[in-house]
Design a protein around this ligand. Sequence first.
Ligand code: NAD
Length: 483
Amino acid sequence: MTTSLADSPLAPAYDRSAITTGIVHFGVGGFHRAHHAMYIDRLMREGKALDWGICGVGLLPADTAMRDALTGQDTLYSLTLKHPDGHLEPTIIGSIHRYLYAPEARAEVLDALTAPTTRIVSLTVTEGGYNIDDATGVFRTDAEGAVHDAANPGEPTTAFGYIVEALRRRREEGTAPFTVMSCDNLPGNGRVARAAVVSQARMSDPELANWIDTSVSFPNCMVDRITPRTTDEDIALVRSELGVDDAWPVVAEPFTQWVLEDEFPAGRPAYEEVGVQMVSDVVPYELMKLRLLNASHQALAHWGRPLGMTYGHEAAADPQIAAWTRAYLEREALPTLRPVPGIDLPAYVDSLFERFTNAAIADTLARLAFFGPSGMPKFVLPTIRENLEAGRSIRLGAALCAAWAWCAEGVDETGRPIPDAQDHLEDYGRRQRDGEEGAFLTNEEVFSDLGSDERFRSAFLAELAAIKEQGARARMEATLSED
Ligand code: NAD
């Protein structure tokens, strides 16, 4: 016997009919529902923040699935935390009180964005969603969506087109601008969001662009909670364990972290009362996460996949991969970090390995590796660059790049295809497989200047040749002991 989410004993006890929109969120995926929406729900459970309800917005055709799932269940959904010992911690989240699929509801989305009660616009549109050239950090003004939205500002199609048009209307109507808060996993996510919004505005109205640049706040933040893609097994688990029908539940690890710059001139929910760390400078926390946690994911994926592994916890439980990953963190990543206020870095590293081995999360290496062009270039290559500049060792970083390049050839050590291994790297992986030396490094979007750095190039090529000849295990052992 199952019930609806609304009838479940886990359903929120607060009065959802009293919720008003304070936040419009673009990109309602797993992560937003496990993170920002969960923090707002926590506040609502304490009888607070009912004026900070979330209006979710989907922009892409694939978002019709989220529209159907959420609108079919009063925008409620379950969030189930999976503890390492196997026990489940479920809640039903009620903070998203409205969902709009923008291609069918442009006027409603613009109305929600323009309403004076909307004071925050948050985003999780993935790293690729910012339309920023990785190599140059510049907004791509020739991208189809950007060109369309600049030519037709009143009929936006992208998140940035919507934000620009809404800010224009607010300014015209004398309404204070909202704060734009990126929650994507990008270094300087606020800075990147600012670049995207201001650049989009500059394409149609340079004067508006200047006003946005000086009048709108774009706080940076560091976010963390592993939220794997929902599987059919998760849907069945929620049905049997919670006794509810949920078309699109979210499962996540128990750990959650949000370090947020406190720059909200239009006001904000009392995030600090529900575990968010409000700071003046997020950079040290962000570097810690990108260079330790996210870089570790890359190591687990690029060593685990050639060995035929599927899951993050499988790779983390492999003593050799775990030892290699820890050595990379300790020898090459930690030396690039500044002290992080309030954080014991060696203890943070220990906690990472506890999280990685949580088998209940079953995060796939394909997903971890799929951060694709934004993965290694953001999580590992900056560490290599800094170590080169400081004259420190890059041995393990170069070996990890070689393992990654090897995966891009698309076949594991047993001869089986590596799923999604090639994606955007397909051409470089193929040319490399066909024997073109250094082909992988010619991907300028990924490597830019690093591809021609002689020290890096020779270390990478030597390591790639050695991996191909000796295999992953032998090279992990060799690179650990040779340093
Ligand atoms: P998801 O695939 O579940 O959802 C992504 C959402 O972004 C979807 O609504 C999709 O339509 C939208 N989107 C993608 N490209 C877009 C574009 N070009 N324009 C507009 N919308 C676009 O993914 P998720 O797990 O929710 O992750 C989203 C982001 O959250 C990640 O890219 C990452 O930056 C951040 N994050 C995720 C995790 C995690 O463990 N899942 C952890 C920390 C941070």
